[in-house]
Design a binder for this molecule. Structure first.
Ligand code: SF4
Ligand code: FE
Length: 493
């Protein structure tokens, strides 16, 4: 069974014994919990669309490991064509869900761990790569969702992992046994953790020898002994618990989530360990994973942006101002910004290259430019959407007032806009804009655009490293006919 249906995916989650907590209580049934369910629906869309003929080219690929058709989210990229299709698939899913569909972190981790383990083995004679290939076959054959987990809590950001007052602030190996290792720590902001069958853990940054206990990579079922997850709150999330708040939710079907995942002395058998103290490779793994995930944002955020632009154009139309020149110009600006994000997502994919292991890596400079743009443009797109939507987006009465036998007629009468447009439709579109810019989806569209896949400064460090300023100086010297032998030394004798 290489491709699971949406229903099979949901049933497979029911079989897991996850330890999930929210609002101080254990969630006995995460699958049907009203706060969690919209995020599950988004992830389930990655299974559902893979069953549709019209999306098969984007949603599936032929595995290089088994020769079978697999979901692209479980695929190891075999060329730049795969990297380009990945971004297109993410834009499509952003359009269908207007939310984070969560499954990309696993895909990005698979590709980064695959190529890095090959190079660790080359240097140290270990067999991590073969182990990881066996794991990938298991993932592909069972069409699993895996939480690719990198970010540690980090404590004092000025101190290395081993210098923290509490040594657990970065996830670490506490014991090496003959048959495996024991780990303790946590991974923060874990996208889709509660909707995942497995976690694939990676170190959070480049490590030195002192920090070698923190240089660890492994996979583990998400219901393994010692793992617990604390669900992250989102703006306006309590609306999902209200009866009769379908309009108020803005997007009642879909959402995303993050969780704090805690590893309380978890045993990892050797077969599931892909890096154990090879600290000199943690930087490579981080750089590759971050590169893939920065590429990913050139797809998913663009798809959500498409929905936001559409909702904004509808809001203008319902207000009867769609022909105003400044409205047209603002929609052009939003489109320009959104397509610029897409351009860099496609560009870093088209310029990809083969790793030593054979799978394809994106162009790092262009992927970092892509994500740097993502830290800015969705904010401007959201600003323009709020400008056109008007203040009513955040001041209008609730659905319960709209449906109230006494108050309803006032809401209907005073929230009406252009003749012929149902007040309810106007409310729905405005609430969708609120959802993406300020509500539950804003986690994925705004703040995650800033910090997901690394905060802006992390990209600037990579842009500085990859920018080749020296090479550019040489170009300028050649054009300007600079003869450096004519330069006088400024060093005093
Ligand atoms: Fe995928 Fe985007 Fe969510 Fe990351 S933020 S998991 S790339 S949808
Ligand atoms: Fe993300």
């Amino acid at each position: 069974m290489a491709l699971k249906t949406r229903e099979e995916y949901i049933e497979s989650l029911r079989k897991l014994d996850l330890k999930v907590y929210m609002f101080g209580e254990r969630v006995e049934n995460p699958v049907d919990h009203p706060v969690i369910r919209p995020s599950l629906n988004s992830l389930a869309m990655t299974y559902e669309l893979a069953q549709h003929d019209e999306y098969k080219d984007l949603m599936t690929a032929t595995s290089n490991l088994t020769g079978e058709i697999v979901n692209r989210f479980c695929h190891l990229h075999q060329g730049t064509h795969d990297l380009v299709k990945k971004v297109k698939m993410q834009r499509l899913l952003g359009q269908k869900t207007a939310a984070c569909f969560q499954r990309c972190v696993g895909m990005d981790a698979f590709n980064a761990v695959f190529s890095t383990t090959f190079e660790i083995d080359e240097k140290y004679g270990t067999d991590y790569h073969e182990r990881f290939k066996r794991y990938m076959k298991f993932v592909q054959e069972n069409d699993l969702t895996v939480d690719g987990a990198m970010t540690d809590p980090k404590g004092d950001r000025g101190l290395a992992p081993s210098k923290q007052a509490d040594p657990d602030l970065f996830l670490r190996i506490t014991e090496v046994r003959e048959d495996g290792i024991v780990v303790r720590g946590a991974k923060a902001h874990q996208t889709g953790a509660v909707n995942s069958h497995e976690h694939l853990i990676m170190p959070t940054m480049a490590m030195r020898e002192d920090d070698k206990d923190y240089a660890v990579c492994f996979s583990i079922p998400s219901d393994a002994e010692g793992i617990l997850m604390i669900y992250g709150r989102q703006s306006c999330d309590a609306r999902k618990l209200e009866e009769g708040a379908d309009i108020d939710l803005g997007n009642s079907q879909f959402g995303g989530h993050e969780a704090l995942v805690i590893f309380d002395d978890v045993f990892i058998p050797n077969e599931r360990v892909y890096m154990c103290k090879e600290f000199d490779f943690s930087g490579m793994l981080v750089e590759r994973f971050a590169g893939y995930h920065r590429q990913s944002y050139g797809g998913c955020k663009v798809g959500v942006g498409d929905v936001l632009i559409g909702a904004t154009a509808l809001a203008a139309e319902y207000n009867g101002v769609e022909r105003a020149s400044h409205i047209k110009d603002k929609l052009i600006e939003m489109t320009h910004l959104n397509e610029t994000l897409y351009s860099s997502g496609i560009a870093c994919s088209a310029e990809g290259y083969a790793t030593k292991a054979g799978n394809f890596q994106i162009d790092l400079l262009l992927a970092n430019v892509c994500k740097q743009n993502v830290t800015r443009f969705p904010y401007e797109i959201a600003r323009l959407a709020e400008d056109i939507a008007g203040g009513v987006m955040v001041t209008m009465p609730a659905e319960k007032d709209f449906k109230d036998p006494v108050l309803g007629k006032y809401v209907e009468k005073y929230l009406v806009a252009k003749e012929g447009i149902a007040t309810e439709n106007r409310m729905r579109v405005l609430r969708l804009i609120e959802n993406i810019t300020l509500g539950t989806a804003a986690v994925g569209y705004r703040t995650e655009s800033m910090h997901g896949a690394g905060s802006p400064q992390a990209q600037r460090v990579m842009i500085a490293r990859q920018g080749n300023i020296q090479g550019k100086k040489e170009l300028a010297k050649a054009i300007a006919k600079v003869d450096e032998s004519k330069n006088r030394s400024t060093v005093k004798a």
